[in-house]
Design a protein around this ligand. Structure first.
Ligand code: SF4
Ligand code: SF4
Length: 296
């Protein structure tokens, strides 16, 4: 099965987009002739909330989960990272596939829940709202399309528990879409920013250590009670991670810097501006000299 890389529209599946009110004919149930065919050949991108659910289900840290159950990939030309579910060694099947079905059914990823529907979140350049559309994926091996059940995509999403999954990954989708739709003014994120993106989105346990560290305290003025509440709750911490990344990647400051760090930052900005002005003046002077030499 090639599941589309939601939410990225450059998926190899070129879909017709439909709204949530669109009715599909589909049912998947034990006993169907193609049972588990879709889980035997996987290409599944994970959202940060998927990672959180699966690592909790397995009772391991996000760092262990990423190392043992995923492979990283580049989501765009600027090397923003995504993670995919890693199949069995030397095979293509999902490691959670059991003869009776999904071994982590209650915590299965977003893409597995959506199938055979794909969510396509889009955002036009300079627009602040993202729009959700859907596409239907029809693969020959999937017999679910022949089953006599009609259901709207909206109802199918409810049935599959998707509103919660989509809501808790929305901040991540918005970050990715904003990065992809932003013009050259945003530029390529630095290596440090890309590392922060990976940690904050997918490695929530390392992000927790990062937020709890003294160096974070020195930089950000986060009230102690708010910080303790975040550190005790994975889901709240993940939402804070998205907020933190908006600040890191796009300068949307919503987390106050402490006054010393703010002053340091202001000084750095002023120094940078001074250097740029000097360089521009030097360039102008050199161009002026060039013009005089040509006149000679
Ligand atoms: S996580 Fe579950 S539903 Fe998804 S591919 Fe693996 S076995 Fe199938
Ligand atoms: S009906 Fe489709 S989704 Fe269900 S088991 Fe068969 S191939 Fe997988």
């Amino acid at each position: 099965m090639s599941r589309p890389d939601i939410p990225f529209p450059q998926s190899p599946v070129l879909p017709t987009m439909v709204e949530g009110t669109h009715v599909i004919q589909f049912s998947c149930h034990k006993g169907i002739g193609c049972w588990n065919a879709c889980c035997s050949n996987i290409d599944i991108s994970l959202t940060p909330y998927d990672v959180l659910r699966m690592k909790s289900r397995l009772g391991i840290t996000s760092t262990e989960f990423l190392k043992n159950y995923t492979v990283p990939y580049e989501m765009d030309k600027d090397s923003i990272a995504g993670v995919k579910l890693r199949p069995v060694e030397e095979g293509t099947a999902c490691r959670f596939m059991k003869p009776e079905g999904c071994g982590i059914y209650e915590d299965r990823p977003t893409a597995c829940r959506y199938y055979p529907v794909a969510l396509l979140s889009m955002r036009k350049q300079d627009e602040y709202v993202d729009r959700d559309s859907y596409a239907i994926v029809k693969e020959d091996h999937c017999k679910g399309h022949n089953e006599p059940r009609s259901i709207t995509i909206n109802d199918y999403r409810q049935e599959q528990g998707l509103p919660e999954y989509d809501e808790l990954a929305r901040g991540w989708r918005q970050l990715v879409l904003k990065k992809q739709s932003s013009g050259p003014s945003i530029g390529k994120p630095t290596l440090r920013s890309r590392q922060l993106f990976f940690m904050a989105c997918y490695d929530i346990d390392r992000f927790r250590e990062f937020v709890g560290a003294e160096s974070f305290n020195k930089l950000f003025d986060l009230p102690q009670a708010e910080k303790e509440a975040l550190l005790a709750d994975d889901v709240a911490l993940l939402q804070f991670a998205f907020r933190f990344l908006r600040q890191v990647l796009f300068g949307e400051e919503s987390i106050a810097l402490n006054s010393e760090a703010a002053q340091e930052r202001l000084t750095k900005v002023q120094e940078k501006r001074l250097i740029e002005e000097r360089e521009a003046a030097k360039r102008r002077a050199e161009e002026g000299e060039g013009d005089i030499a040509e006149d000679d």
